[in-house]
Write a protein that binds this ligand. Structure first.
Ligand SMILES: Cc1cc2nc3c(=O)[nH]c(=O)nc-3n(C[C@H](O)[C@H](O)[C@H](O)COP(=O)(O)OP(=O)(O)OC[C@H]3O[C@@H](n4cnc5c(N)ncnc54)[C@H](O)[C@@H]3O)c2cc1C
Length: 437
């Protein structure tokens, strides 16, 4: 068993921290089960963490036994006939993408980054944008999970289906996931077409752009009329990646190093933010490239920020976005980070932000250390007026009462939790707030 130690944990954004009672890194499901039983016997709670990329305190292991993901990273099985890959829960998505690519396979859809662990990403409903394909959790075919009593359960649509419904997007509230089986498909290329567009045009054409393209998203730069749109569609090839120097210059140097400098100036001199936004909005030029899907879906994000993201019903999205723009314009806030807008089809995961309804994600960000100015508070008021559902890993202030009113299957999840974790071994303050005790 790896040596236990105690250290302070903090998340990627640096806005959440915890001092665990003990930190362990089990190297097998059996070791994980032993650690869970030991913690329970000692009266400690248990919290598994991924890569710490949630902005909320969902992964906080304050006074608990913190389970590190580093020992559980094996690939268990790649079943080409079934079109599945089974991996341990701590495997980073980036590693999964590369090993799938080497085998000529790929995940169907992804979020913006690939540094999260597979269990960390799926547990909060991490998503990208997609007309037909949903979140990472929606791509799961089976889950192996260790429960509070130390039992190891596997579940799928046909085996323990209720547990499967809950645990593929379980917020870490039902147990510690030890392995996940994803559906995979033959590797494919995506052609990305990035194009600057005016806000009014994007909204007027939103339904067309979201329907015609397999993966449509856009960024709007507050204090301007400027948007950067991105359309990703499958391609027969050939691959035409960006030349390495151009890719580094635009996706790393400009998007990270220069952008970080611009945000610092905006934080220090808020009056400069509208001018910075104009420059940033214009810096995004039109470009087209074709590459392996995971390289098109994801890019490095080095500038530290905090984020709130709500899923609203798709048919309300353009009205919400117009209200959001009007809100920012009349507020006097200075917002340097663009607003990101993505799409998801309805799915059936109990706690998915897209459960039972076609959804549009609207995400607002603040550069680290920027005064909140009421931005997140007012945006949240707008989103909740439209029955918005907050991303579980991004900042929000909702409680169980509100969440029960916008998730039709919320009661089934909490009933399952009551049955399999009655003593709340896997609870923390965040889960008590959002799930109600
Ligand atoms: C720069 C950046 C970009 C992002 N981009 C996107 C995006 O494009 N789309 C999107 O939807 N989100 C995005 N996010 C949010 C992020 O994907 C989620 O918050 C995700 O949950 C983080 O994964 P993680 O591995 O860091 O998990 P953590 O944040 O460490 O943990 C998240 C949850 O998973 C639980 N967990 C971890 N491992 C286990 C396990 N083995 N068993 C049970 N529970 C477990 C934890 O207890 C916690 O509840 C982004 C975040 C950042 C910082």
């Amino acid at each position: 068993m790896p040596q236990a130690s105690t250290t302070r944990w903090s998340n990627w954004a640096g806005n959440q921290g915890a001092r665990p009672a003990r930190v362990v890194a089990p190297a097998s499901t059996a070791e994980l089960a032993k650690e869970i039983l030991r913690a329970a016997e000692e009266g400690h709670r248990v919290k598994a963490v991924g890569s710490g990329h949630s902005f909320t305190a969902i992964a906080s292991a304050q006074d608990a036994v913190l389970i590190r993901p580093t020992g559980l990273t094996a690939v268990r099985e790649l079943d080409r006939r079934a079109g599945t890959v089974t991996v341990e829960s701590g495997l980073p998505l980036a590693t999964l993408n590369r090993l799938l690519a080497a085998a000529g396979l790929a995940l169907t859809n992804m979020g913006d980054i690939e540094v999260q662990t597979v269990a960390g990403a799926t547990s909060t409903g991490t998503h990208g944008t997609g007309r037909d394909s949903g979140s990472l959790a929606a791509q799961l075919r089976a889950v192996e999970i260790v429960l509070a009593d130390g039992t190891v359960r596997t579940c799928s649509p046909t085996e323990n289906p209720e547990l499967f419904q809950g645990s593929r997007l379980g917020l870490g509230a039902l147990g510690v996931v030890s392995a996940l089986t994803f559906g995979v498909e033959p590797a494919f290329l995506l052609t990305a077409h990035e194009q600057p567009m005016r806000f009014a045009e994007v909204l007027d054409r939103f339904e067309e752009l979201a329907t015609v393209n397999e993966h449509f998203e856009f960024y709007w730069f507050p204090h301007t009329e400027l948007c950067s749109t991105k359309r990703n569609n499958r391609s027969q090839g050939p691959a035409r990646p960006l030349p390495p120097l151009k890719a580094w210059l635009e996706d790393d140097f400009l998007s990270n190093t220069v952008w970080d400098g611009a945000c610092r100036i905006g934080r220090r001199f808020p009056a400069a933010v509208p001018a910075i936004a104009q420059l940033a909005g214009r810096a995004w030029s039109e470009r087209t490239y074709t590459d392996a899907a995971y390289k098109v879906f994801t890019s490095p994000r080095k500038v530290r920020f905090i984020e709130m993201e709500y899923a609203v019903p798709r048919d309300a999205a353009t009205a919400v976005l117009r209200e959001l723009k009007a809100l920012i314009e009349r507020s006097g806030w200075r917002i340097s980070f663009p607003v990101e807008v993505r799409i998801a089809p309805a799915d059936d995961l109990w706690l998915s932000t897209a459960n039972g309804r076609d959804s549009v994600y609207i995400a607002v960000h603040l550069y680290r250390g920027t005064a909140e100015q009421g931005y997140f508070t007012e945006v949240e008021r707008l989103m909740t007026a439209h029955r918005g559902r907050p991303h579980w890993g991004k900042l929000h202030t909702r409680d169980a009462e509100y969440l029960a009113s916008v998730y039709p299957r919320f009661g089934e999840f909490t009933a399952l939790r009551d049955r399999i974790d009655p003593d709340r071994l896997f609870a923390n303050d965040y889960l008590r707030r959002v799930l109600g005790g």
